[in-house]
Design a protein around this ligand. Structure first.
Ligand SMILES: Nc1ncnc2c1ncn2[C@@H]1O[C@H](COP(=O)(O)OP(=O)(O)OP(=O)(O)O)[C@@H](O)[C@H]1O
Ligand SMILES: [Mg+2]
Length: 423
């Protein structure tokens, strides 16, 4: 009982002491507010510290004076009441000539109206704009001006901070100029590639065409050696032609000249054509080329040629990078998604791709094995081109691969509403 009384007494004493300190603090605050206090002594871990108002203001003054931005205070009429060194330097005048002048006399005439508006708004809220200053030597300097209301006694009403934009503008212009150059160079490159591809394709078609005629023995008989060599010419020519077509398409996409022809396309018919054209390639490697697809037609509104080219590239890759097993083209209509998705996966049991190589697959001319002794033909254009085409078709290519076990590349298309998809 006694113990409880003692504790209670102690608590009351502590509460009393706290109350006294609170009153003391409130009185100090009131004195600061009233301006009755010049200095404060604050006890801290390093002993008593003296804080004075001049001590607090001095660093700010130095800071403003040494700023790498212009600073000024203005009256409501726009007369400069104070400016820092940088502000005067920007105007190419001594500080004493700037102070007392009207701000608008340093702004180009065409922008003085803007300035008047800023000055007006700046008295009640923060406002900023880009304007052009005219210096004492008639140089024009682009600046950003920021006006803030100054909650001090009259006559100062507005505080102004000025940032010189000359360097930033120069960098922006240089950047724009460089972008223009790059765009022009890119346009010329695309045009050059388009022209070259056209020029090269004409003679190449003649080579392929006449090799075919020779192989059909129309001009006369062939011996075995001649036939073997002509077949090499024919397959090399076809390979070169498909490379040229890829380059031509890429150039067209980059210059925005690839015209898509959207029409209702039955996915099974495109897949069927691809399987037919690539089956001999798979059979030559003793691979099974299987197609899994729903019996009901899957119709999509798309560009048939682009769709076909993507699937041809993916299936060609799957066959090329598989030595044993199978390549399967799997078509699915995913009604469980909204909007409905159409997925065409090309699944192989081939060499697979290491995870560190997977991020670069879609880069132009990128091949996992780019050595001159690599066992696979190609230039590394197929996936890059396919991805660009997929993008144009509002589709994407997903992939998943296990090194040494195989890969799946999946084209995912958004099914369009039935009204569009039906002929
Ligand atoms: N199914 C796949 N299995 C394993 N690696 C693949 C497969 N598909 C693509 N790759 C890897 O990605 C690289 C890039 O493929 P891409 O189709 O762009 O070029 P490519 O087939 O080498 O040449 P191109 O398609 O121009 O004839 C290939 O070189 C290969 O290393
Ligand atoms: Mg390829």
């Amino acid at each position: 009982m006694n113990l409880a009384n003692t504790t209670r007494k102690q608590l009351l004493t502590e509460v009393e002491a706290l109350r006294d300190r609170l009153t003391e603090t409130e009185e100090t605050l009131e004195a600061i507010r009233n301006g009755d206090v010049d200095a404060l002594v604050v006890a801290g871990p390093h002993g008593n510290q003296l804080y004075t108002l001049t001590g607090a203001a001095d660093p700010y003054r130095v800071l403003v004076e040494e700023m790498n931005q212009g600073a000024a205070t203005l009256s409501a009429e726009g007369v400069i009441l104070y400016c820092n060194r940088y502000f005067a330097k920007l105007l190419q005048l001594p500080q004493e000539s700037v102070i007392g002048s009207e701000l608008h006399s340093f702004i180009i005439p065409a922008e003085r109206n803007v300035l008047a508006g800023l000055l007006q708004t700046g008295q009640s809220s923060r406002t900023a704009a880009e304007i052009t200053v005219q210096t004492a030597h008639a140089a024009l300097v682009p600046v950003e001006v920021e006006f803030n209301p100054l909650p001090l006694d009259s006559p100062a009403k507005v505080c102004l901070v000025v940032t010189d934009l000359t360097e930033r503008k120069k960098t922006e212009e240089a950047l724009q100029e460089r972008t223009r150059h790059v765009e022009e160079a890119n346009r010329l490159k695309s045009q050059f590639l388009t022209n070259m591809s056209h020029e090269l394709r004409t003679p190449l078609n003649a080579v392929i065409g006449f090799t075919g005629t020779l192989l059909m023995r129309l001009p006369g008989p062939l011996n075995n050696d001649q036939e073997r060599q002509l077949r090499i010419i024919q397959s090399s020519g076809k390979h070169l032609l498909s490379l040229l077509n890829d380059i031509l398409d890429l150039a067209k996409i980059e210059s925005g000249n690839l015209k898509l022809r959207m029409e209702p396309v039955i996915c099974q018919s495109v897949i069927g054509e691809i399987a037919t054209s690539l089956r001999p390639l798979a059979e030559r490697k003793a691979l099974t080329l299987a197609v899994q697809q729903p019996a009901r037609d899957v119709v999509i509104n798309t560009d048939r040629r682009a769709l076909s080219q993507i699937l041809l590239n993916l299936t060609n890759n799957a066959i090329k990078f598989t030595e044993q097993g199978s390549v399967t083209i799997d078509l699915r209509q995913r009604e469980d998604h909204s909007p409905t998705l159409i997925e065409i996966a090309v699944i192989d049991t081939g060499v697979g791709i290491k995870s560190e190589d997977q991020k670069k697959l879609f880069q132009v001319f990128m091949q996992v094995d780019a050595s001159t002794t690599r066992p696979y033909e190609g230039t590394g254009l197929g996936l890059h081109l396919s991805q660009k085409l997929a993008f144009l078709l509002d589709a994407k290519i997903d992939f998943q691969s296990n090194f040494g076990q195989g890969s799946t590349f999946k084209l995912v298309l958004r099914a369009k509403p039935a009204s569009l998809a039906n002929p």
